[in-house]
Design a protein around this ligand. Structure first.
Ligand code: NAD
Length: 286
């Protein structure tokens, strides 16, 4: 029987979440996505108007179908955690059940279970500030949106996940090497995400037979990356210095995600897999 995937962090056709959805769809999975509440309207409208039709084409010529789009704000676990000003904000008040707990409950009600959980989201309000200039609030916000959001997502979706299922997040090498420009505590957030990948692999593996991995992806010109501001420099650096001198395509990350979610990867858990044209292996720029 076909597998069902929930992918959190899809709001256009430029990012890794979209590419992962496509690779999973091409492999026969049913696709559910979680879209950040403030981005929901434009994403749904663009999808409906056919704006993404070209990028929906799968290798067999058919179009990727997204069975359902759920509103999600992964910095809130449950309704009681949402501040009044957010509840009444008009970008939020038009949707409901978008905290992590409510979203998982809705998916459970609609579909009963899932097999694959993907976390493809990050946010760091002070990402353009060096760590030395980052405020406590900015740092904690980066960790909340980019690291704890994964702990929370897995915690709430695990009860819906079929044994043998697979969970995945996206990380960046700034967690372990100095990447000036990836500030605001985002490097710290990715370090936490990678460490949590190991601990969660142990806990989810022992308790639920769920595998937990991360993909450390090379630079991609996504909406989020453009907001950081240095993405073109990083792409040029990779082109100049990586063992494979080609631009990384989001599909290459999508295909790795499909592999990791499949039985072909049945013994892989707690791993951080580089999909970066090999740039991580270099010691110097040449
Ligand atoms: P993207 O803009 O496609 O994806 C980020 C998504 O996160 C957006 O859809 C945004 O709406 C969503 N989001 C932000 N805050 C949220 C919240 N509180 N709740 C729910 N959703 C929220 O950009 P992307 O670059 O494809 O990012 C996907 C993942 O890949 C991120 O974890 C990112 O750190 C990681 N990554 C990106 C690169 C790169 O160069 N683009 C490199 C390595 C890792």
């Amino acid at each position: 029987k076909g597998k069902r995937a929930f992918i959190a962090g899809v709001a256009d056709d430029n990012g890794y979440g979209w590419a992962i959805a496509k690779s999973l769809a091409a492999a026969g999975a049913e696709i559910l996505v979680g879209t950040w509440v403030p981005a929901l309207n434009i994403f749904e409208t663009s999808l409906r108007r056919g704006k993404f039709d070209e990028s929906r084409v799968l290798p067999d010529g058919s179009l990727m179908e997204i069975t359902k789009i759920y509103p999600l704000d992964a910095i809130y676990d449950k309704l009681e955690d949402v501040p009044e000003d957010v509840k009444s904000n008009k970008r939020y008040s038009g949707s409901s059940k978008w905290t992590v707990q409510e979203c998982a409950e809705s998916v459970k009600q609609d579909f009963g279970s899932i097999d694959i959980l993907v976390h493809s989201l990050a946010n760091g309000p002070e990402v353009s500030k060096p760590l030395l200039e980052t405020s406590r609030n900015g740092y904690l916000a980066a960790l909340s949106a980019s690291s704890y959001s994964y702990v929370s997502l897995l915690k709430h979706f695990i009860p819906l996940m079929n044994p043998g299922g697979s969970s995945l997040s996206l990380t960046y090498i700034a967690s372990e090497r100095i990447i000036p420009g990836y500030g605001g505590g985002m490097s710290s957030a990715k370090a936490a995400l990678e460490s949590d990948t190991r601990v969660l692999a142990f806990e989810a593996g022992r308790k639920h037979r769920i595998r937990v991995n991360a993909i450390s992806a090379g630079p991609l010109r996504s909406r989020a990356a453009k907001a950081i501001g240095f993405i073109d420099t990083m792409i040029e650096y990779s082109l100049a210095n990586a063992p494979l001198q080609k631009e990384l395509s989001a599909d290459e990350v999508g295909n790795t995600a499909a592999f990791l979610a499949s039985p072909l990867a049945s013994a892989i858990t707690g791993a951080v897999i580089y999909v970066d044209n090999g740039l991580n292996a270099m010691g110097v720029g040449v």
